[in-house]
Design a protein around this ligand. Structure first.
Ligand SMILES: Nc1ncnc2c1ncn2[C@@H]1O[C@H](COP(=O)(O)OP(=O)(O)OP(=O)(O)O)[C@@H](O)[C@H]1O
Length: 270
């Protein structure tokens, strides 16, 4: 298990979101420590995706704030998020389906480019150097995630499990400080979920990237997470290690109802 630090990368404070009459997120506070894998769990409708969408700046919070590396994130426009060092994957894969894997990864990499089109036209040498650097970075990610065999394949023709890895690769090509994974195991079989756990552990160990994920599969959660934030009905009900959170009475109640007095087996928390 890699070392944890107490250095805070992202800090959410008293977040609240109201959609009409629904209080989707209510007074949610937590920190993401640099270098950790932190997972949001909770039953359907608990508010996990809404928290993700707040961090990606898809939604504005009704109340509260988020700081990233000590600076207010909630004032940043959504298109600045990648440049700040936050990348995400989606529950339903979002890739250019009719382009090759390599092309998708190069597009991901382009959010990292410091030079503009005019600069590229005027300074062709530095533009070429940037292109070479982009290719090298993309090839490194292809090697890390073992995508060599699929490099030139069209995304639409790939099995679902491989497309999930390509989406992960595209996020990595932006060289994020924080990687947001929205249900990385959704749609995957047991073997593919095991592979996904391996990739997440590798990303943290090899690249030192901090991971915040939403996940329902508790075997994956227990295997890769340093800490877990459990939500229910828009609120945080427990924060701790996977084992601590699974034993927490409020988490048991959230999943199984108030009359159950025993901790759920990992497979019960889905
Ligand atoms: N855009 C929206 N408009 C209205 N209500 C919304 C919107 N997004 C989410 N909600 C509501 O907010 C609550 C929290 O939803 P959210 O999707 O964040 O939960 P979740 O924990 O991610 O659930 P799941 O595990 O099913 O994805 C739910 O009651 C949901 O219906």
């Amino acid at each position: 298990m890699p070392t944890q630090t107490t250095d805070t990368l992202l800090s959410a404070r008293h977040l609240g979101v109201r959609f009409g009459g629904v209080l989707a997120v209510n007074d949610v506070s937590f920190d993401v420590r640099r270098g950790e894998v932190l997972t949001l769990i909770g039953p359907n409708g608990a508010g996990k995706t809404t928290v993700f969408n707040l961090i990606s700046r898809i939604y504005n919070p009704t109340t509260g704030s988020i700081a990233f590396e000590g600076r207010p994130l909630t004032r940043q426009p959504p298109h600045r998020i990648a440049a700040l060092g936050i990348a995400r994957t989606f529950q339903n894969i979002e890739l250019f389906e009719h382009a090759s894997v390599l092309h998708n990864l190069l597009v991901g990499r382009h959010t990292h480019r410091r030079t503009g089109v005019l600069h590229d036209m005027l300074f062709t040498r530095s533009a070429r150097a940037a292109e070479v650097e982009a290719r090298e970075k993309v090839e490194r990610v292809i090697d890390l995630l073992d995508l060599q065999h699929h490099r030139d394949a069209t995304v639409a023709g790939l099995p679902y499990g491989v497309r999930k890895v390509v989406e992960l690769a595209r996020a990595l090509c932006t060289e994020p400080k924080l990687l947001l994974l929205d249900e990385p195991s959704s749609g995957l079989n047991v073997e593919e979920t095991g592979d996904m756990a391996f990739w997440i552990q590798d990303i943290r160990a090899e690249l030192g990237i901090t991971v915040l994920m939403v996940e329902h599969d508790m075997s994956l959660v227990s295997r890769v997470s340093d800490r877990v934030v459990a939500m229910n009905q828009g609120e945080v009900v427990a924060i701790g290690t996977p084992a601590q959170v699974q034993r927490d009475a409020r988490v048991v109640e959230a999943y199984l109802g108030p009359s159950e007095g025993v901790a759920p087996a990992p497979e019960a928390i889905r």
